[in-house]
Design a protein. Structure first.
Length: 564
């Protein structure tokens, strides 16, 4: 909680005094003068404007320009902005390769590097601009650690592409690969789809991980409600950036710190937001990780508790019909809050960085007449939410499955075991997967990978091959927010930690029971124990460097795959 006794007493330069004030800090001031800061600049509060611009993907490509707008707002409101940049890894670009292992690891590196700059330069406040999947939780984790007045700003979604008269996203391209392998899409058609799907800057354009997490942070209260809905190239985004700069100075004047907002009730609101919109399974990992930074007792079982009472009302891809910009046009995050509040599904009294409660923000909503993107709870797509935690003999510490967008709630089938993602992908592309099979992909967990790769290449290829309604898949790795079908990820404990997934052999019977919340290997417990005892440990994939460090420090998926 804030250590201030009143707003008027809060020192807006509570951190930067030590960096730039007094005769003994002349050398620091001299170096800052050399990069353009005047003596007057250094008498104002110093505000970090952090982002993850990188020239390798569309997701964060607009962030340098957006940062300029944020900095203009900070200057106009009496602060001195300083730009900070860190890394980001594109899930979409690296998917299906060894490089995908870098993605989840980058979440920790992003949080660490922003934290380092925040402390190293004694910033008084921060605006953290985020875009692609791991930058959003990484930015939130850093803000929680620093616990200085600040906020997160989502740089926005990509616009959908247009191909053969239909809106398309990167999900369609991944599924197109499966169609191409199955012989139902030509080389020319795949090339045309590839060229059309990503028309410019912005994060992947449906309720995949980036948009799920962006809406969740607004429900957590550390991003301004409504700020994330306009797309990355929307003309409104410049003004949103300026407003963010002005807002962070107001937050600083009030002395409002992130951990005052990040309560258990706020996290429950975030879970409700994700499950009501059929959001990405990755939200489980990320909310557990952010909560850990705040000392909040959030448990993987909280997701079932909240999902079980929260209806699915967002008709969004990948399970539904609409993309992120349709969500914005319908009424966006405020409209979702309004619908959930009307059904008493979230805590309306939770405060946000704007100085308004969730309830007060929801009252500002403007619903587009006739929209059917965000439904009323009495007309929900499903009576319960889109995220489910399964436990059982295969996942004693839990696994995560998305149930939005398909109706198959049970599945029993023979195991098809793969020791890495590439082997499973090859089997799908070669037509070696049969109806009814259960694909088991192991050694892809936080430690075993290391880095817990997403499996969108495999899952999308199954969809493209027409197998999504007849097979199931489970892994100790992760899924993209674009994954659909009966797919259980985050199986814990993972194979590298001695989990039962390591005991499965080809042909074993596996049973998915979603109503019963169970994922079981249909063997006697003693047989599972015997097999695990006989299993030879696999050598580490990396002996040195960042991957090896991560593997030694990371926790299990059931606690957020955080490093401690």
């Amino acid at each position: 909680m804030s250590d201030t006794t009143s707003i008027d007493q809060f020192d807006m330069r509570h951190k930067s005094h030590v960096l730039v004030d007094g005769p003994d800090r002349a050398a620091a001031r001299s170096m800052l003068h050399s990069v353009g800061y005047s003596a007057e600049d250094l008498k104002r509060p110093l505000v970090m404007v952090a982002h993850e611009w990188i020239g390798t993907m569309p997701c964060n490509y607009s962030q340098r320009a957006l940062a300029q707008q944020v900095m203009a707002g900070i200057r106009a409101a009496g602060g001195t902005p300083m730009e900070v940049n860190t890394v980001s890894i594109s899930d979409g670009v690296t998917m299906g390769t060894e490089g995908m292992k870098a993605s989840l690891i980058s979440r920790e590196l992003i949080a660490d590097s922003i934290e380092l700059c925040g402390i190293g330069y004694s910033f008084d406040a921060a605006v953290i601009i985020v875009g692609c999947d791991k930058t959003i939780p990484g930015g939130a984790m850093a803000l929680a650690r620093l616990n200085i007045p600040g906020m997160v700003l989502y740089s926005g979604s990509i616009a959908p592409g247009s191909w053969q008269g239909e809106d398309v996203t990167i999900q369609d391209v991944f599924e197109g690969v499966g169609r191409h392998a199955a012989g139902t899409m030509t080389d020319e058609e795949l090339a045309g789809l590839e060229a059309a799907a990503c028309p410019g800057a912005g994060a992947c354009g449906a309720q995949y991980t980036a948009n799920t997490m962006a809406t969740v942070l607004e429900f957590l209260g550390i991003a301004a409600m409504g700020s994330g809905s306009p797309g990355a190239t929307d003309p409104r985004k410049d003004n949103i950036g300026v407003q963010a700069g002005e807002l962070v100075m107001e937050i600083l004047r009030r002395g409002l710190k992130p951990q005052e907002l990040l309560t258990k009730e706020a996290f429950e609101n975030g879970i409700a937001c994700a499950t009501a919109t059929g959001g990405s399974t990755n939200v489980v990992l990320h909310l557990l990780a952010i909560a850990a930074e705040c000392g909040i007792d959030l448990d993987i079982d909280d997701f079932n508790r909240i999902s079980d009472i929260t209806p699915l009302i967002g008709d969004l891809r990948p399970g539904g019909r609409y993309v992120a910009l349709d969500w914005d046009r319908a009424g966006g995050t405020r409209l979702l809050a309004k619908k959930l509040l009307e059904a008493d599904k979230i805590h309306g009294d939770q405060m946000t960085i704007t100085g308004k409660t969730i309830q007060e923000e929801a009252e500002l909503t403007e619903e587009t007449p006739g929209q059917d993107v965000i439904l009323n709870t009495d007309n929900a797509l499903k009576p319960t939410g889109g995220l489910v935690i399964l436990k059982g003999s295969l996942a004693p510490k839990g696994s995560v499955i998305k149930v939005a967008g398909h109706e198959r709630l049970t599945h029993r089938g023979p195991a098809r075991v793969f020791e890495r993602e590439e082997d499973a992908m090859q089997a799908v592309l070669e037509g070696k997967i049969n109806q009814g099979d259960v694909l088991v992909i192991r050694n892809e967990g936080p430690v075993g990978g290391p880095g817990m790769r997403e499996m969108l290449g495999v899952t999308a290829a199954l969809v493209g091959a027409g197998l999504d309604d007849s097979v199931a898949l489970l892994t100790d790795g992760r899924f993209s927010g674009a994954t659909r079908g009966l797919m259980a990820g985050h199986v814990a404990p993972e194979a590298a930690a001695g989990g039962p997934i390591g005991a499965v052999i080809e042909g074993d019977s596996i049973y998915f029971d979603i109503p019963g919340r169970e994922l079981n290997l249909e063997l006697e417990a003693e047989e599972i124990k015997t097999r695990l005892a006989a299993r030879e440990p696999r050598p580490a994939n990396y002996e040195r460097g960042v991957f090896a460090k991560y593997a030694k420090l990371v926790s299990g998926a059931d606690t957020g795959a955080t490093t401690r």
